[in-house]
Design a protein around this ligand. Structure first.
Ligand code: GLV
Ligand code: MN
Ligand code: MN
Length: 413
């Protein structure tokens, strides 16, 4: 068979996605597979079992990243890699991340059953803690692997209950021995849902992002004075929650104030002691700022931090701000982006260039090797929610584009 005519099995891809969606499935039709939870472990176990069926060489590194390697004809050549993440947001969707892992698995199965020999080895990967929701920051599996984050710092990250990431890795049995350290890679492709409205709005099937926005995360701690809500007069209060409320609105107004090309969000807040009849004395909230323009994002932070200080002083509620994480914007390899568009066209799918507003492990992989992504439409532009959906037809289309982009890289001498 001419390899150009090779296609993935869309039905099998769908069945794999449906089986994965049952692990941590929520009543609202989404999944909750928080990183290093029991659900994450069960999904990892299933993934590893599927890798074993193809006799792949399986490696689990110190970060719990899972790799499955299929040898090539020349194993001295750097491998080609593809994958994404198995973890999800709380009450998240059944496509974010897992589509890229199951898509790469479907490509692996297609090569396996057709006994396709490739010049280079092919490595499929599941990166640990892409979401950063349970343990901040995000993308730490690929971040450590790429040499951008320190392993011990990542191990020491805690969740809201005080559990450490390193201990949780051990608890679920995925703290491997192999160093989480980069090696030469010929190309990395990550297949993902768009998570935005553009492809659907334009009726196109494939998106080829030119890169990913920068991601800047901050943690803000506001301190007030707790007191009985009844007897305490309104004047003279130091209400930490009111101060935080004003700061949150300042974040929401930031993009308009800075002139656009920027998004800024407060998505997480913890109020203490969180009782209806106690004036709050401690609030912790997060700030997420993203832009293609790293300098604009940094200036936005400086502006809003100044504003925070003014709001804090006015309410007598001092604040502490921590820079939790910054990843620069990632312009992908133009040759690979072109390849995605060319393969989409050859396979008869409409496509367009775009930008990724969502973070992906591809950001860190882009620091290691030529990288590109393949996007398929998100119905209603909804993602990180239980109703997150992509049609099965589009899932199959994206996997076919992935297959042929991978094949091109795998046959490079
Ligand atoms: C990752 O899911 C992100 O926050 O974009
Ligand atoms: Mn994702
Ligand atoms: Mn996500």
């Amino acid at each position: 068979m001419d390899l150009k005519d090779l296609r993935v099995n869309g039905r099998r891809l769908r069945e794999s996605l449906e089986e994965m969606a049952r692990i941590g499935g929520t009543p609202g039709g989404g999944v909750q597979r928080l990183t290093l939870s029991d659900e994450d472990r069960r999904a990892r176990d299933l993934f590893v079992a599927w890798l074993r069926e193809m006799d792949l060489e399986i490696t689990i590194d110190q970060m719990g990243n899972i790799f499955g390697r299929r040898p090539g004809l020349n194993n001295d050549l750097a491998p080609v890699m593809s994958g994404s993440h198995i973890d999800s947001q709380p009450k998240g969707g059944r496509f974010d991340g897992i589509l890229g892992v199951m898509g790469a698995l479907e490509v692996m199965r297609t090569l396996h059953e057709n006994r396709v020999q490739t010049e280079r080895p092919f490595v499929i990967v599941d990166w640990t803690n892409e979401e950063g929701s349970r343990f901040a920051p995000a993308m730490v599996g690929s971040g450590v692997w790429a040499g951008a984050l320190d392993l011990d710092w990542v191990y020491a990250r805690t969740d809201v209950r005080g559990s450490k990431l390193g201990q949780e890795l051990e608890r679920i049995g995925y703290k491997g021995q192999v160093p989480a350290r980069k090696r030469p890679v010929q190309a990395y492709y990550e297949y993902h849902i768009e998570q935005g409205p553009i492809l659907e709005r334009e009726g196109r099937t494939i998106g080829a992002p030119k890169g990913i926005l920068c991601l800047h995360w901050y943690d803000i701690f506001v301190e007030g004075t707790a007191n009985q809500v009844g007897p305490t007069p309104m004047e003279g209060r130091n209400d930490a929650l009111c101060a935080a409320a004003e700061m949150i609105l300042a974040v929401n107004r930031l993009p308009a104030r800075m002139g656009g090309n920027l998004v800024a969000t407060v998505g997480e807040i913890h109020n203490f002691p969180n009782s209806r009849n106690i004036i709050p004395d401690k609030v912790h909230f997060t700030v997420d700022i993203r832009s293609w323009d790293d300098d604009l994002a940094l200036r936005a932070w400086e502006e809003v931090e100044k504003e925070f200080q003014g709001l804090a002083a006015a309410r007598g509620c001092p604040l502490r701000a921590e820079v939790t994480w910054r990843v620069e914007h990632s312009p992908f390899d133009e040759r690979l982006v072109e390849r995605v568009l060319r393969q989409a066209e050859r396979l008869g799918y409409s496509s367009r260039r775009m930008v990724s507003g969502a973070g992906h492990d591809a950001s860190y992989m882009n620091q290691v090797c030529p990288t590109a992504m393949i996007f398929v439409p998100s119905i209603g532009g909804r993602s990180h929610v239980e109703v997150e959906r992509t049609t099965w037809e589009d899932c199959e289309a994206g996997a076919n584009v992935l297959l042929h982009c991978l094949l091109e890289s795998l046959q490079e001498k």
